[in-house]
Design a protein around this ligand. Structure first.
Ligand code: KIV
Ligand code: NA
Length: 275
């Protein structure tokens, strides 16, 4: 199938829903791609669901490059987007360096960064340099220290007005889409109507142009906490634990490895070595 491009995603505004999922390595990328996901995001949620850290702040550009490169091996059709880590786009120069690494070393075809009006100079410079940019508004996890926790945003009329202005500013700066995280559905609806780029929701109701979920959340592989906006489409964590228990039990009973898993010597060789 023909690879999905950033302009393809942008053109899906108002059409069918855009289906996005995170992935962090070859096997999860392959699964997402084969399932027909439109956009695969190597999220900095990597820090939490893969690296076991309390939040996303400590993830490095090196780590994002490493995981993006692995994911790129499995993703043939979907648009591969990589997250710019905390502080890695604090200035225009740093943003250009980070995007350069994620794309040329990692194999990403677009980048995502958190923020609205404050990061307009970065989005503008990236877009001019040929980097498709996805913005991210609402509960931006890199601002968890400022927010005082993972809390829904945009609940007041004033906060909603600010978010609409942010969304319009990132569109104006050249972003091809924008993630809306943990905001009221009414706020998401107003933003979706206020911009011509697709909105991709996570905890923003079913009114956005697309949806995104964290792979480990969707598949039941992460249970440290489950945000309200997550639906588990499988319980692979539990299924995996049961499989490993079965493996251990069969090893202990000596029913694994079985005949089919065992190499045998040719008869003639066996006769000689026994002589
Ligand atoms: O890091 C991530 O997984 C994300 C998505 C949830 C949008 O930013
Ligand atoms: Na992220």
């Amino acid at each position: 199938a023909k690879p999905v491009t950033a302009p393809d995603i942008q053109a899906m505004k108002g059409g069918g829903k855009i289906c996005c999922l995170t992935a962090y390595d070859y096997s999860s990328g392959l699964i997402a791609d084969r399932a027909g996901v439109d956009l695969v995001l190597v999220g900095d949620s990597l820090a939490m669901v893969v690296l076991g850290r309390p939040d996303t702040l400590s993830v490095t550009v090196d780590e994002m490059v490493h995981h993006t490169r692995a994911t790129a091996q499995g993703v043939k059709r979907a648009l591969l987007v990589s997250d710019m880590p905390f502080m890695s786009f604090a200035t225009v120069d740093r943003a250009l360096d980070t995007a350069h690494r994620l794309m040329s070393e990692g194999g990403a075809r677009a980048v995502k960064l958190e923020g609205g009006r404050p990061v307009v100079p970065q989005i503008t410079a990236l877009a001019e340099a040929g980097v498709p940019v996805m913005a991210h508004l609402g509960l931006t996890p890199q601002h968890v220290a400022k927010f005082g926790g993972f809390k829904a945003q945009g609940k007041s009329a004033e906060a909603t007005r600010q978010l609409i202005e942010d969304a319009q500013a990132v569109e104006e700066a050249g972003a091809f889409s924008v993630v809306l995280e943990a905001i009221p559905v009414e706020t998401a609806q107003l933003i979706t109507e206020a911009v011509n780029i697709p909105t991709i929701g996570i905890g923003a109701g079913n009114v956005t142009d697309g949806q995104v979920l964290v792979y480990h959340d969707a598949l039941g592989l992460f249970d440290r906490f489950t945000p309200k906006f997550v639906r588990r489409f499988a319980e692979l964590g539990e299924a995996s634990r049961q499989a490993v228990e079965l493996y251990c039990a069969e090893v202990r009973k000596t029913t694994f490895p079985g005949d089919k898993n065992t190499f045998y010597m040719p008869e003639a060789e066996l006769a000689q070595v026994r002589r």
